[in-house]
Design a protein around this ligand. Sequence first.
Ligand code: NAD
Length: 488
Amino acid sequence: MEVIITKYEVNNFIDGKFTKNKHKTMDVISPLDGSVISKLPLSNYIDVDNAVIAAKKAFIGWSSLTLKERVQVFFKYRALLEKNIEELTGLIQVENGKNYDEAKAEVEKSIELCEFAVSMPQIVVNEIQEVSKGVECRIERKPLGVVASITPFNFPNMVPHWTMPNALVLGNTMVMKPSEVVPLSTIRIAELLKEAGLPDGVFNLVNGGKEVVEAICDHPGIEAVSFVGSTKVAKIVYKRATSSLKRCVALGGAKNHLIVLPDANPEMTASNVLASMSGCAGQRCMAASVMVGVDKVQHIIDMMVKESKKIIPGQNLGAIISAEAKNRIEKYITEAEVDGAKILIDGRNAVVPGKEGGFYVGVTILDYVTTEMAVAREEIFGPVISIIRAKNLDQAIEIENSSNYGNAAAVFTQSGGLAKQVMDRASAGMIGVNIGVPVPREPFSFGGWNESKFGVADITGRSSIEFWTQNKKITTKWNPEAQINWMS
Ligand code: NAD
């Protein structure tokens, strides 16, 4: 399907209005064909400060509404996402390079995230107990104030919906900093929130790069920071935000291991491993990156090789975000080849006819990778799978455990007992059994372990409620007999 391209001007959105840009700009480039689709203002501390002032002002009215009143905006907003799904899908395609089905699935996931947010009145029910005759203790969940969300390039529509609906419905106001390479989706999100009736200042957008992130971490008016991106930057943000006494959850990169046992269903396993490593062109933090093949799994690998030939760049395989990222991925493949890995399928130098300026890498399958190679240890973030051969399950789990990351891990087998061993012993926050992309759906929460996440809470689902609120503990005594049997 041809992408619907809508030209968007990228400006900051502060206090319900798009501001006129007075900054230096950078080009926003479509990975589909390398064309310049917009200019992004490189904002600074003053812009963040203006957004915080607007968000602080808006917090007074927004937080005084009841939860049931606040979710009404998100019922309308959810309907607007559905009404505008084709346009939102096109924006993701043009700025991120996904294919149509993947981009549409992203918006559908955003709709689902809104459905969780509008269900908050059913979930966030305060606790109350008569702790002594006539004396009650109750816990109320209160919003934090102005909070911030910093997002990556790979899900320009969905990741903003990991944080924004829950944080706002719970009474906070927000400053969001989208990835500078994919700013279009969030511009449209801001417009649709306004159309849904969100009061001015409740949601603000500040576009730019590192300077904006640093300003968010340092700004004394911001109470909490959520971050999703690479581990390198997650560490910087977590340290900087917490050192200025904010609560922070920072999700980082990944290196997900899929353990394939010889008794696994061959067709299902081959197609799941391939879908996991090549979906979104391998640019998702839940993508399979290492397949640990235990003992006799050659028949499954042969099937993967055969099936991989049906995955065609520019058709059912999307683009890589930038020329720089494409070069990085291809360099990893070349390095692995030099180090002795066997290339079963080589995706280097992929060109899509008619889109020669675009950035594409084809599916790449590397066999006989060893644990010391960079492709076995580092995040590649492209459609590349490294197969490491293991003698037995213990060795496979050891390989998984040795990764610095810990986002996801999965096992393919027909044995419940062996699957249970991986469930118990894998060092990752999200585990799949016969599922290549084990994303927990709401009300379950999304979040990894080790260097894939810093901070206590998870970013979605029930756990996010803890992150976006603080408890107020209230003790009341209203009747006379309480005076004799309780602390004054
Ligand atoms: P990134 O870390 O380069 O950028 C993320 C955000 O940080 C952007 O908004 C960017 O402007 C900002 N940033 C970049 N460099 C910075 C610096 N030096 N100081 C301060 N801010 C900086 O990540 P990306 O390339 O946009 O996204 C891909 C990465 O995100 C991958 O590593 C992927 O695994 C990860 N990711 C993780 C999850 C998860 O749930 N764990 C989800 C999606 C993406």
